[in-house]
Design a protein around this ligand. Structure first.
Ligand SMILES: Cc1cc2nc3c(=O)[nH]c(=O)nc-3n(C[C@H](O)[C@H](O)[C@H](O)COP(=O)(O)OP(=O)(O)OC[C@H]3O[C@@H](n4cnc5c(N)ncnc54)[C@H](O)[C@@H]3O)c2cc1C
Length: 382
């Protein structure tokens, strides 16, 4: 496990205190984006920890954001979800690729905990195969125009704008930032997923895109965006490991209280070993996440980003671990954990999504195999 600096340890301690004092009571009763918690973190300057200080962010590293997601999520996974989305996904793309004007307009409200930004990559005909997307940006006499549709978007009801992936006239994939209330944007339908979260289907019809709303385009655009996506995977891994920890904390507490056969169930070896196995998986997932977040590549012209191999290993293992650990912890509660409204019941539904969102398990396997056989090889020893 990576050794934390004093500053990182302090970050974890402060976030842990805030989460356990202020988020625990409502941790499993949020309906939608947990704005109150978001604002509390923003007031403590602990919300957009890795976004630039000039926009009101914390100016810390992405690894600090990983620590924040893990720590908050151990208490309130809904707040970790929001934190993950707003530190590692769309706002980060704006910070990486946007013009100064765009950053000045969109990032301060995000850092203040007043606004959120969604991301639109998936389409009905292009999920894992993002290269098959049909949303386009066309060059017209009136400037750039966006047309197409995006599906399964998280955070749309909470968001003011969306980062949209689209094909440009040169054939390359790029991204544009679109206000959700811009003419031609139609929030066509909201779906409710297993965890009770909204996922939205958006249509774009001839939406005017001013040049400054283009985040990235051209020959290198896809490569740059894929590097940024590796941060999304690491963020997803942190979010998933936080669910495993949250489940373990609840299960260990309960195992100490609940008595059967005249003793706490936590004294039965069969149950202790099950929990020990779950702790092993959780710790391994967390180590892989930290490994991916700290072994980054970058240079003078490329912001630091995780290696695809390490990010995929972390995302894959953490997603599987969240699901299996949560399920094992639900088992510790017996029928109690199986009831609607119980934290473990919610975590069970929540964790399942990680094996699909931000790249499925199968696509992570593909990435890992690609790197091992045809790319960087096994993770470096040095
Ligand atoms: C909770 C949640 C939040 C999400 N949020 C967003 C969001 O904010 N923005 C957004 O754009 N999208 C979002 N998505 C969508 C997500 O990115 C896609 O669901 C994901 O990329 C998979 O695409 P798909 O659902 O179309 O499945 P498909 O790509 O159709 O895959 C179906 C199955 O086939 C498998 N498969 C596909 N290709 C291969 C292959 N080459 N080898 C082996 N197996 C393969 C997949 O792994 C999967 O098991 C979200 C999804 C979830 C569940």
């Amino acid at each position: 496990m990576v050794t934390l600096t004093d500053e990182q340890r302090m970050l974890v301690d402060v976030l842990d205190d805030i989460a356990r004092e202020e988020f625990v009571a409502d941790a499993f009763s949020h309906d939608g984006f947990p704005w109150e918690n978001v604002r509390t973190l923003a007031e403590h300057d602990l919300w957009a920890v890795n976004l630039g200080e000039e926009w009101g962010g914390g100016g810390l590293s992405e690894f600090a954001a990983v620590l924040a997601i893990e720590t908050v999520g151990a208490v309130c996974p809904e707040t970790a979800n929001a934190l993950y989305g707003q530190t590692m996904v769309a706002p980060r793309a704006i910070e990486m690729f946007g013009s100064e004007t765009l950053k000045e307009e969109y990032l301060p409200p995000v850092c203040a905990g007043e606004s959120a930004i969604a991301i639109g990559i998936s389409e009905p005909g292009a999920g894992s195969d993002a290269g098959a997307m049909e949303t386009t940006v066309e060059e017209t006499d009136d400037g750039l125009r966006l047309s197409g549709e995006k599906i399964w978007l998280s955070y749309v009801p909470a968001s003011d704008a969306v980062v949209v992936w689209a094909r440009f006239p040169d054939g390359n994939l790029g991204t544009v930032l679109v206000d959700l209330d811009a003419p031609g944007v139609d929030v066509h339908e909201h779906y409710t997923n297993m965890a009770g979260h909204t996922q939205s289907h958006l249509f774009f019809e001839d939406v005017a895109i001013p040049e400054e709303q283009v985040l990235v385009r051209g020959k290198r655009a896809l490569k740059e965006q894929l590097k940024a996506l590796n941060w999304e995977r690491v963020g997803s891994a942190a979010y998933a490991t936080s669910m495993a920890r949250c489940a373990l904390e609840h299960a260990i507490d309960y195992a100490g209280d609940r008595e059967q056969f005249g003793q706490p169930i936590g004294e039965f070896q069969g149950l202790r070993w099950e929990v020990a196995d779950a702790v092993k998986e959780y710790t391994a997932a967390r180590a892989l996440t930290h490994d991916a977040a700290t072994n980054t590549r970058g240079g003078s012209d490329t912001p630091a980003h995780p290696e695809r191999l390490r990010a995929s290993l972390a995302k894959f293992h953490a997603s599987e671990t969240a699901e299996s650990v949560v399920s094992d912890c639900l088992q510790v509660f017996g029928a109690t954990g199986y009831q609607q409204g119980h934290p473990l019941e919610f975590l069970h539904r929540l964790a399942r999504g990680r094996r699909i969102a931000a790249g499925t398990d199968e696509i992570m396997r593909e990435n890992i195999a690609d790197e091992v056989f045809d790319g960087s090889g096994l993770p470096s020893l040095g």
